[in-house]
Design a protein around this ligand. Structure first.
Ligand code: ADP
Ligand code: ZN
Ligand code: MG
Length: 482
């Protein structure tokens, strides 16, 4: 039996996060009442002229640069003609043979290996509207919402360089991270601002030529991408093994039944009759202009991860977690600027702050604890003003709760560590008195009784005693008691 390998190429559409649409001034805000964000241009009324949104153009060039693409010195728009009820003009303005960028690359880690995927092209186009097949008013009719018509999309097409569902999802995750980092898209898959169309084929292992591919339309979650790609790979292999052919088709994923079903075959494929958009001139991009946009890019995630490893001395896991999202990485570096050491701050951010964020569903844009205040907390632990357990269990939660500073809360809540030997000794005597059995155990040759007594002394001091001092003084006292 021949062994097969899968070959996958992805076409991804991301909605650029501009305030207004690609060729008119209408808002792109998500969730507005149907058809309230439209105008003669995006409705496709006769006699109107599109005007290119500069921010959309610049953001798409920045995305292309971040993907290592070559920027075309000259680019144009084309009309892609087809008829559909969500497309009032009967054509979509897209880019055909002169896309704004080509030949990029995205590298990422998957299954402990470094994987590099070639980007064939990235081009700018406008989105279509949305059909609502369940009329909320119960008419049983399909309705159309044209709010989305004309919002800017960047289409990013890979070469067929991926070979498993796992790699496809890892690519998407890396792409999403990169585009969020450079602030060109929010990549919200549930809101449709990132959609993926995988192309899948299989071939006997070692064979050079590609097999016949199928394309799966418009998937809007990593889970659906993984499931649909797995399904198609298995389906293709089954066909080939039973001596049948794979038909070149466009498939739809049925997420409920977890199967793909053909939508249209190649024979029915559209001839879009592309031609240059006559209402928009070709656009030129000088190397200087491209360079300006490149310089405006922030440090990209891969470079930042590497720097966190090398320059800050973090382990690979910590560097990965801290650079996964730009706001987190920025916040963490804020803690360092306020004087905390890199490994210590990393521990607090990963183990404590990110957990608080998770539990409290917080946004880093409005994080209740400022970086300098986490640095202050770390400093208080360093100087032994408070002990680490109190800092973790009492002080930090209080900082999240009240948004107050570390030093202020230490005073307010009386969290200062008890290092005064008199106070600790008194607590030790109290603990021994209340726990005669522990003392007897200790005398009976069971040293683990000390740990129990340390816990009891901490309880006497409501957790505020310096643990090391407690242990030393307790050992001394027990020896005295013999
Ligand atoms: P189409 O004209 O059907 O859109 P393209 O050649 O433009 O096909 O490729 C579209 C996407 O499909 C690209 O991401 C490409 O990498 C991928 N692709 C092309 N051929 C194959 C194949 N045989 N198997 C898997 N993916 C493929
Ligand atoms: Zn409009
Ligand atoms: Mg295609």
């Amino acid at each position: 039996m021949a062994e097969y390998e899968a070959v996958i190429g992805l076409e991804v559409h991301v909605q650029l996060n501009t305030k207004s649409k690609l060729f008119c001034g209408c808002s792109t805000a998500f969730g507005a009442e149907a058809n309230t964000q439209t105008c003669p241009v995006c409705l496709g009324l006769p006699g109107v002229l599109p005007v290119l949104n500069r921010a959309a153009f610049e953001k798409s060039v920045q995305a292309a640069l971040a993907l290592g693409c070559e920027i075309a010195p000259r680019t144009k728009f084309d009309r892609k003609n087809y008829y559909y009820p969500d497309l009032p003009k009967n054509y979509q303005i897209s880019q055909y043979d002169m896309p704004l960028s080509t030949n990029g690359r995205l590298s990422f880690e998957v299954g402990g290996r470094e994987k590099s995927v070639r980007i064939r092209r990235a081009h700018l186009e406008e989105d279509a509207g949305k059909l609502l097949h369940d009329d909320p008013r119960g008419s049983g009719k399909s309705l159309v919402d044209l709010n989305r018509t004309g919002t800017p999309l960047l289409e990013i097409v890979t070469e067929p360089d991926l070979s498993s569902a796992e790699e496809a999802v890892a690519y998407l995750a890396a792409l999403k991270q990169l585009l969020e980092y450079i602030d060109v898209s929010d990549c919200e898959m549930q809101e449709g601002s990132m959609r993926c169309e995988p192309n899948v084929s299989v071939r006997p292992k070692g064979r050079k030529e590609l097999g016949v591919k199928t394309e799966i339309k418009n998937l809007n979650s990593f889970k659906n991408v993984a499931a649909a790609v797995e399904y198609e790979i298995k389906r293709h292999i089954k066909l080939l093994e039973s001596g049948e052919r794979v038909r070149q088709e466009t498939m739809l994923w049925d997420a409920e039944r977890e199967v793909t079903a053909p939508m249209r075959s190649k024979e029915e494929a559209h001839d879009y009759r592309y031609f240059p958009e006559p209402d928009l001139p070709p656009f030129t991009m000088t190397p200087e202009a491209a360079e300006r946009l490149r310089r405006a890019l922030p440090e990209l995630p891969a470079a930042r991860r590497a720097r966190f490893g090398k320059a800050l001395g973090l382990d690979a896991y910590s560097a990965g977690v801290l650079t996964a999202e730009k706001p987190v990485a920025d916040w963490y570096e804020g803690v360092l600027s306020a004087g905390a050491s890199a490994p210590e701050a990393a521990k607090w951010v990963i183990n404590d702050c990110l957990r608080e964020r998770e539990d409290r569903k917080l946004d880093f844009a409005d994080f209740p604890v400022k970086p300098a205040e986490l640095a202050a907390l770390i400093g208080l632990v360093d100087k032994k003003t408070i002990n680490a357990t109190i800092a973790r269990q009492k002080l930090l939660p209080a900082m999240f709760e009240t948004r107050k500073g570390a030093a202020e809360l230490v005073k307010e809540l009386g969290l200062v560590q008890v290092t005064d030997t008199g106070a600790i000794s008194a607590a030790i005597d109290a603990a021994i008195q209340k726990n005669p059995k522990a003392l007897a155990d200790y005398r009976g040759g069971r040293p683990e009784a000390i740990m129990f007594l340390v816990g009891q002394v901490m309880r006497e001091t409501r957790g505020k005693a310096n643990a090391q001092a407690v242990r030393e003084l307790l050992e001394k006292r027990l020896k005295e008691l013999g």
